[in-house]
Design a protein around this ligand. Structure first.
Ligand code: ARG
Length: 557
């Protein structure tokens, strides 16, 4: 395949002249597939580039290379398109959706912390982004051979639970919470803060209640357990809809009895200081503000639990890499976490994978003030919009409900993942649902179109005529197909699902271009099989790309 041949050429020339870092690039003019600038070598050896060309060209007599030409100081290579296409197409037809699987990360054990919403609060918009980005990164690591453990570090511990308990005991009703757990608990929490403005004692009551909870007071524990279970039920529905799952739901509370060890270790390593009653780790040498480990009343904090979680994960999973998919507003927190482990003498590969905000009309989208109060409302809306669009396109479609759901949710996911993750996401339901555009439905639709052409056809591998691949519109598609494994690798390395999303847009438009130019179901049996083999390869990669991103591929829409 093209990448392999490029590497092979690079190696041949580098060995010949005992050099490194040779540039081997894609050709930019007609009939040139690969180009090697010879200036650098020529300068180094003080030798005319043409002489160098004459030395190298006999070494490049490979099956995949048709012709080697010297032009303006470049060694230009014209590939044997037939041989290449044969390799590529055969491989994809054989491997189908496992095309692009590799051992690239086979030695990695990756723990990936994503989604991680806060119990008793509605599923925040940042958590949707974290869920989808994390899920895609997880799939990428699995595809490249790593062992991956997906962890939902539920926010189920902290002072806010003390406040919630106080609020519930003062104003809450059991039936109301049972009916609508998250909304009701959130209401109580908001009321707590409103009333706290006029009642100084309330905050202290909240802290005391949390302290009691940390000391295992049975009444507090019972209420907390109940809040947690009820909220988790709601979250699980969201995960079901988005089709994501986790290997562990060990949230912050899980580390309740595991923090002493870390705190002791910090103390033994002389890293703790008392500042105004609170226990801190000084991080001045990293130019970071101190990290709070214990409050003056002895209560532990978010950081304490993250430290305990990190060492628990190290012990339990023996990870080589710990990834945290959390919004950019927590950048500092993870810098602090990493710095503390350095001070402790560990050398751990800890990476914060951040992301930008969801924006509506240029403004930060909020579940508080905005049009949509809850993620469920957004999903209901887009699924019903998708239903309208699909009914218009294909009134007789059988499983319309199911398809609308896949299209609506696919649209949200693709919109979220199509741009570099640090950029803000423009959240516009109408745009993300356009069938012709940079959208999820466009990718789904391209795959469905291919499936409908392939219906009732059977590809006969022995009747493919690879000479058709000499034509540009065939060969360009093959080049894009051949790139997929590289794209998977690049997306994984940059933890950027957008690399896959952009590639899918490219591949889908390659197909649509091909389809516009070339009649696919033709009389000639060899030509027909050639065409079918090409589009079927494209379809499998589109489907696999969607799977990586968490988008459902469809048979009909
Ligand atoms: N629950 C936190 C929040 O919503 C995110 C947790 C991220 N993971 C972690 N290990 N700190 O802000």
């Amino acid at each position: 395949m093209v990448e392999q041949i490029k590497n092979q050429i690079k190696e041949i020339i580098e060995n010949k002249y005992e050099i490194t870092n040779l540039v081997v690039e894609d050709g930019k003019i007609d009939n040139v597939d690969i180009s090697v600038p010879l200036f650098a070598i020529s300068k180094n050896l003080r030798k005319n580039p043409k002489l160098i060309f004459d030395e190298i060209s006999p070494l490049l007599e490979l099956e995949e290379i048709k012709e080697v030409v010297f032009l303006n100081g470049f060694l230009n290579i014209n590939l044997n398109r037939e041989a290449i296409s044969k390799n590529v197409i055969k491989k994809v037809l054989e491997e189908k959706t496992s095309f692009g699987n590799s051992n690239y990360n086979k030695d990695e054990v990756v723990v990936i912390d994503y989604s991680s919403p806060n119990i008793a609060k509605s599923f925040g918009l940042g958590h949707i982004r974290s869920t989808m980005i994390g899920n895609a990164i997880k799939n990428l690591y699995v595809k490249t051979g790593a062992k991956v453990i997906g962890i939902n570090h539920l926010g189920d511990w902290g002072t806010q639970f003390g406040k919630m308990i106080v609020a519930y005991k003062k104003w809450g009703k059991k039936e109301e919470v049972e009916k609508n757990p998250i909304a009701e608990l959130q209401k109580l929490y908001v009321r707590f803060h409103d009333e706290a403005k006029d009642n100084e004692n309330l905050e202290q009551e909240g802290r005391d209640a949390f302290r009691k909870l940390e000391l295992n007071d049975p009444e507090m524990v019972e209420l907390w357990t109940w809040f947690r279970e009820e909220s988790l039920k709601e979250f699980m529905e969201i995960y079901d809809t988005l089709k994501v799952s986790f290997d562990s739901y060990a949230g912050e509370a899980f580390y309740n009895d595991k923090m002493d060890d870390v705190v002791l270790e910090l103390e033994n390593k002389n890293l703790l200081k008392v500042d105004d009653g609170a226990t801190i780790v000084d991080l001045a040498e990293f130019n970071l503000p101190p990290a709070l480990i214990k409050r003056s009343d002895g209560a532990t904090l978010y950081m304490t639990r993250d430290l305990a979680a990190l060492f628990y994960r190290l012990k339990t999973y023996k990870f080589t890499k710990a990834i945290y998919v959390v919004g950019n507003e927590q950048k500092l927190h993870f810098e602090q976490l990493k710095s503390i482990t350095k001070l402790m003498g560990y050398n751990l590969d800890i990476e914060h994978v951040g992301f930008g905000l969801l924006m509506v009309d240029g403004k930060k989208m909020s579940t508080r003030g905005g049009k949509f109060k809850r993620l469920e409302d957004i999903i209901t809306q887009i699924v019903s919009d998708a239903n309208v669009a699909i009914t218009e396109k294909n009134p007789n479609l059988k499983n319309k409900e199911e398809v609308s759901k896949a299209v609506g949710i696919g649209a949200i996911i693709f919109n979220d993942l199509k741009n570099e993750r640090n950029l803000n996401v423009d959240f516009n339901l109408e745009n993300m649902l356009k069938f012709e555009g940079q959208t999820g439905p466009y990718i789904q639709y391209s795959s469905v179109r291919i499936t409908s052409i392939l219906k009732d056809q059977k590809i006969d591998l022995d009747k493919i005529d690879y000479s058709y691949f000499n034509q540009d519109h065939y060969y360009n598609a093959v080049k894009t197909i051949a790139n997929f494994p590289k794209i998977v690798e690049r997306a994984t390395e940059s933890r950027n699902p957008s690399v896959i999303a952009k590639y899918l847009l490219d591949l889908a438009s390659q197909f649509n271009h091909f389809y516009g130019k070339q009649k696919i179901v033709v009389e000639d049996i060899r030509h027909l099989n050639t065409n079918l083999s090409l589009i079927s390869s494209i379809r499998d990669i589109l489907d696999e790309g969607m799977r990586i991103l968490g988008i459902t591929s469809l048979k009909e829409m």
